[in-house]
Design a binder for this molecule. Structure first.
Ligand code: FAD
Length: 322
């Protein structure tokens, strides 16, 4: 396999882009089988051609995707694409975490999203730390910062526009988020949200509580809505719910029948995501991060509506990718 190109730090990539054009990035999931893998590479090609600023790769609970996450990240890095590897603490000892970090460092994968993760099986179950492991993402950042091999790592974290669902109050959530930024994270990517005001309030809270670290870039996480069922499921996994007003707008579009009229839902869903992105761009966000589920079309449609990509359709070379 070709070697990984020297990686631009994600926090730097946010300022390297064309003036007047907000950068966009994408999240991929490690594929489960050959067909899904093929789809992922087509998607990576398509987003590369559309000028994506970086691509992130998620990490499954308990290291279930450890090898696949690494393989995907390695291959993306050779495209070349700036690649961001997600890493969690779930079911790992400190030694295992250090081994993984050394592997990433030796491959030149220097962009890392430091996460805690959720209990495997049931994300809402009580968090029980692995013996010899860590409990919070801030501790993972400290671990990375203590490793000379990882001196050039650029670290991102998760942030939560409505507060993390396990945290008692927004004040506490602000403090825990700031602890990660103070420990050495350079930026955060938010959990997906559907009310831009929540993003803006998070930004205000962090900046007010700590004018130095709280000003670090907050990349909004956007999931283009293509079906009510999947967006409800994603929100549930994140311990949140779809805002009732939005759910009504989508259901109205489908005249109450979300199965028969799923195309109408999709159309309004893309419209909603476009409106959110327009407002976020006007608010000066550093990047738009799309949770793609390894699909190109929905994200490309939003980008097209924003004047940032050609229309989806035959002739682009990627019309086989859904
Ligand atoms: C952009 C993004 C990408 C993600 N990617 C993945 C992925 O690839 N794989 C995956 O499994 N999950 C992923 N997640 C989900 C994430 O792992 C969960 O939301 C998890 O519950 C929280 O992770 P965290 O890194 O924010 O944890 P932390 O910041 O460690 O917080 C975990 C909990 O502990 C609390 N807390 C933090 N510090 C302290 C402290 N010092 N004392 C007491 N309580 C504290 C927090 O408020 C929170 O309730 C992602 C989330 C986001 C937003």
């Amino acid at each position: 396999m070709a070697s990984i190109r020297r990686q631009v730090a994600v926090s730097q990539s946010l300022s390297l882009n064309t003036p007047g054009r907000v950068p966009f990035s994408v999240e991929f999931m490690p594929p489960r089988d050959d067909a899904a893998e093929e789809r992922l590479w087509n998607a990576a090609e398509a987003f590369h051609d559309l000028g994506v600023s970086f691509a992130s790769v998620t990490y499954g609970a308990g290291g279930s995707t450890r090898e696949r996450t690494l393989r995907v990240a390695e291959r993306l890095g050779t495209k070349p694409l700036t690649t961001l590897v997600h890493m969690t603490l779930v079911q790992h000892t400190q030694e295992e975490l250090q081994d993984m970090l050394r592997t990433y460092a030796s491959l030149g994968l220097t962009n890392l999203l430091a996460l805690r993760g959720d209990p495997p099986g049931d994300p809402n179950a009580e968090w029980v730390p692995t013996p010899g492991g860590l409990s919070y993402a801030s501790e993972l950042i400290e671990l990375i910062r203590e490793m000379p091999e990882c001196a050039d790592f650029d670290i991102g974290i998760a942030s939560f526009p409505e507060g993390h669902y396990r945290t008692g109050s927004l004040e506490q959530d602000t403090e825990y988020t700031l602890a990660k930024l103070r420990a050495g994270a350079q930026y955060s990517i938010t959990q997906m949200f559907f009310d831009v005001d929540h993003y803006l309030r998070l930004r205000d809270r962090l900046a007010k509580a700590d004018p130095e670290h709280g000003q670090k870039p907050i990349i909004p996480g956007l999931m283009p809505i293509t079906s009510l069922r999947s967006v409800r499921r994603q929100m549930e996994l994140a311990g949140a719910a779809l805002p009732p007003k939005l759910e009504k707008r989508l259901l109205d579009a489908a005249a109450g029948d979300e199965v028969a009229n799923r195309d109408a839902i999709r159309e309004v869903g893309i419209e909603v995501t476009t409106e959110m992105a327009e407002r976020l761009i006007a608010e000066g966000v550093p990047d738009l991060h799309f949770m793609t589920m390894n699909n190109v079309r929905a994200t490309q449609e939003v980008l097209h509506n924003l004047g940032m990509a050609p229309a989806w359709g035959p002739g682009l070379g990627h019309d086989m990718v859904r």
